[in-house]
Design a protein around this ligand. Structure first.
Ligand SMILES: C[S@@+](CC[C@H](N)C(=O)[O-])C[C@H]1O[C@@H](n2cnc3c(N)ncnc32)[C@H](O)[C@@H]1O
Length: 303
């Protein structure tokens, strides 16, 4: 697909284009951070065919998330696609930066394996605990209440990736019952999955993330003024978080309906430019210290 539509604004470039095609000519090390929320393959009911003639059950639960084409994979193709875009992200994100990858149980296994094959070191596996998850109506399964997020870096043994260790430690997140004031942030994040009305004003995406989840990732790993890559835009949540964080953003989306949704949402945000993070950050005793840590970024880094 050629570039059919773009949304260019100040320090923002969004493309209605396949990620693999879009980033092909971008130079290595162009970005400080990437946040990837890829198709999960949850709609898929495919088989894997191996070269020696064996055929294996595939992944996905044939959930047909309203039969979303973007969430369908043809067996092994899903794994190959994950390897391809992760390989591009590895090339594009600086060793001083990092990459966040969302997943559900449908694809978390292949994402983990793909990262390990590509030498993307897993810094942490985060469990996003959704305490208000929708009940299981069939009564044949437990209530699915979490998603898995990998935080990885591209820099091998040097581990130069930016981590706002002190800034995160002094922060409390009002809704998170697991984060204790002044204590290290754990890998289980208690963030309800509801969105504010403004997040849904222009329509919904079936896998739309709450803004404060992405803001937390940025607090941990982003430098203000840095370059952010969003390979799978959806409704544009990550871009809004990135703009609030003063980052220069580039994003890709293949579906015109979601691209329009993202553009409308982002345009409306740009008109208001509310730079307050939704996280309701500090109950930190030393507010000055906390804001210096956040603003100075690099000085706060701890490996
Ligand atoms: C899981 S959703 C992202 C949701 C997003 N995080 C949000 O909060 O709205 C993944 C998106 O990637 C898009 N997509 C799928 N394949 C793509 C590709 N090859 N290049 C770019 N976008 C793609 C889908 O259309 C879908 O909107």
């Amino acid at each position: 697909m050629n570039k059919q539509m773009t949304f260019i604004h100040d320090k923002l470039n969004l493309y209605l284009q396949d990620i693999l095609e879009g980033v092909r000519n971008l130079p290595d090390n162009s970005f400080d951070l990437a946040i990837a929320d890829p198709p999960y393959g949850a709609s898929t009911n495919a088989t894997w065919k191996l070269d020696n003639g064996h055929s294996l059950d595939g992944f996905g639960g044939a959930w047909k998330l309203a039969s979303h084409d973007w969430d369908m994979f043809n067996g092994l193709a899903g794994f190959e696609f994950a390897l391809s875009w992760l390989n591009e992200l590895k090339r594009l994100v600086k060793p001083t930066g990092s990459i966040w990858i969302h997943s559900t149980y449908h694809n978390s296994g292949i994402i983990n394996v793909a990262c390990q094959i590509l030498g993307l070191e897993i810094i942490n596996e985060v469990v996003w605990y959704k305490r208000n998850a929708f009940p299981n109506l069939s009564g044949r399964r437990l209530t699915a209440s979490h998603e898995t997020i990998l935080w990885v870096h591209t820099g091998g043994n040097k581990r130069e990736y930016y981590f706002n260790y002190e800034g995160v430690k002094v922060t409390t997140f009002k809704e998170d019952n697991l984060k204790e004031p002044g204590k290290q942030l754990r890998t289980v994040w208690d963030i309800p999955n509801n969105k504010k009305t403004t997040e849904l004003e222009f329509g919904k995406h079936p896998t739309q993330k709450p803004l404060r989840l992405i803001e937390r990732m940025l607090l941990i790993s982003a430098l203000r003024g840095g370059h952010l890559l969003i390979p799978f835009l959806g409704s544009g949540t990550d871009i809004i978080a990135g703009l609030k964080y003063d980052m220069e953003c580039v994003g890709y989306e293949v579906d015109p309906e979601y691209f329009n949704l993202a553009c409308q949402r982002i345009s409306a945000y740009l008109e208001t430019r509310d730079t307050n993070l939704q996280m309701e950050l500090f109950e930190c005793k030393d507010l000055l210290k906390a804001s210096n840590l956040l603003l100075n970024g690099r000085e706060a880094s701890a490996k």
